[in-house]
Ligand binder design. Structure first.
Ligand SMILES: Cc1cc2nc3c(=O)[nH]c(=O)nc-3n(C[C@H](O)[C@H](O)[C@H](O)COP(=O)(O)O)c2cc1C
Length: 446
């Protein structure tokens, strides 16, 4: 058996790891002729939904456009945190950025209060992408050199997230050989550029160096996440708990929040799939592009799954389906009888949704989840084999910091011949990582 360990304090999506280091330099132009246009492009609905975007602002005149960029990214669904250089604070106030982002603005590296609230390493790990707009000539030089003598530089060094820069400066500064060499180095490392654009400049010059417009930068940020590994594929996901009625007011259920399944639905969408999400009762909103089917009981969940299964290429059973339901649920509220000291509920087995899917003759790739409180790998592998699954994601739900209800997770992905350990990270990051691994195992469409 191959055992692959990706145990890190911060689990990074592999595609971004590669993107930062291996993108061919010629793929990204050094001036304003890369893939974006200035016309409002058709932005995918909510394509930054649930994304954590760290926006760095440095000391250029275009900093006055940064609040608009924050607003645009928030409109696309992002949670934005702003880091300002000292220079940037001379052009626009942190208070303005705090008001538009809804989050405290960070600007000092050696600030004990800020460190206690959200330390610089924590902030670096929090980010799904880092954007610097405007990026001054001075900042480009510092970034190329890997300087970590201010908060933004330190965050860049500590973050594995993809990095997008929107340079903005006088045209002569942009053309300067040192600036071009710095940009060349950054691009060769996989850093992406949005702009600069050409046109009239604040200083009265005309030429390349204008910051790209905020709506186009926001779109470029969204494109960082738009990988298309599952383009043309249909993914069916179950999420959340089921509720098994005892009577009209009581039920049997479990602590599943549905967060992992919903994160998987978002990641599959991002990867270009069409997604059906069959979910038990949860308090979560889904992306409008997800086909959502709300159910209550395991039997209803099975029915919804079977209605969609024929077109699915990948089935992910992330729901915590109740193994048993009450044999005979009462039409009326069960009343406590005088003197009654106990009560026995007779339970019968629920249908096994994932095993039913895995047994079908024409079945999609089937991935299950094993939520265990002890002997994680042993129980997960037994479930993989007993139910005939292609892969299983094992996670320890006895820990308060991961599993049910938590925003973070830590898992081991098991297949017949592999164990891949995925270190603790947000459920969103884990979902993107898992979707990539599932996509690699999918049979070619046809
Ligand atoms: C009025 C004014 C406007 C400036 N505009 C820019 C600019 O648009 N782009 C740039 O690269 N530098 C510009 N600078 C120079 C930067 O502020 C300077 O290089 C500073 O060191 C940048 O620091 P920072 O990158 O840490 O914010 C400007 C300076 C002044 C005084």
């Amino acid at each position: 058996m191959r055992r692959i360990s990706i145990v890190r304090a911060h689990c990074r999506p592999l595609q971004f790891y590669r993107a930062r280091r291996c993108l061919p330099a010629q793929f990204r132009a050094l001036s304003g002729n890369n893939r974006m246009t200035d016309s409002p492009s058709p932005s995918p609905l909510q394509s930054l939904r649930n994304k954590h975007i760290l926006l760095g602002i440095t000391g250029g005149i275009a900093a006055y456009k940064s609040p608009d960029l924050v607003r645009r990214m928030r409109d696309l669904g992002a949670d934005v945190r702003v880091v300002m250089s000292r220079g940037a604070c001379e052009f626009i106030t942190p208070l303005t950025l705090q008001a538009v982002s809804g989050n405290r603005v960070h600007s000092e590296l050696l600030d004990a209060d800020a460190e206690a609230a959200m330390g610089h390493i924590e902030l670096a790990r929090w980010a799904d992408a880092v954007v610097v707009a405007p990026a001054t000539a001075d900042f480009l030089a510092r970034a190329a050199a890997g300087r970590a003598d201010d908060l933004l530089g330190t965050l860049l060094a500590a973050s594995d997230a993809p990095l997008l820069l929107a340079p903005a400066m006088n045209q002569a500064m942009w053309r300067d050989a040192a600036t071009q060499a710095n940009v060349g180095q950054l691009v060769a490392r996989g850093v992406q550029l949005a702009g600069p654009d050409s046109g009239d400049q604040a200083c009265g010059d005309t030429g390349a160096g204008r910051m790209r417009e905020p709506h186009a930068i926001a779109q470029a940020v969204a494109e960082l996440f738009a990988n298309k590994m599952l383009s043309g594929r249909h993914v069916l996901i179950t999420a959340g708990p089921t509720r098994e009625a005892i009577d009209p007011v009581r039920y049997l259920s479990n602590h599943s929040s549905g967060k992992m399944g919903f994160a998987l639905a978002d990641a599959a969408l991002e990867a270009g799939a069409s997604v059906t999400l069959v979910c038990g009762p949860v308090a979560l909103a889904s992306n409008p592009r997800v086909q959502r089917v709300d159910v209550e009981s395991a039997e209803q969940m099975l029915e919804a799954v079977l209605a969609d299964i024929d077109s699915a290429d990948l089935f992910i059973g992330a729901a915590a389906v109740a193994d048993f339901r009450v044999a005979k649920n009462s039409a009326q509220k069960i009343k406590k009888q005088h003197g009654q000291t106990g009560m026995t509920l007779e339970l019968v087995q629920n249908p096994d949704i994932i095993a039913t899917v895995a047994k079908r003759a024409a079945k999609p790739m089937v991935v299950g989840f094993a939520a265990e409180t002890e002997q994680l790998l042993k129980h997960a592998r037994a479930k993989l084999e007993r139910k005939g699954l292609d892969m299983i994601v094992a996670n320890d739900v006895s820990r308060a910091d991961i599993g049910f209800g938590a925003d973070a997770n830590e898992a081991v992905l098991l297949s017949r011949d592999q164990e891949i350990e995925l270190g603790k990270c947000s459920k969103g990051q884990l979902a993107r990582h898992l979707i990539k691994l599932f996509a690699q195992q999918l049979k070619p469409a046809g």
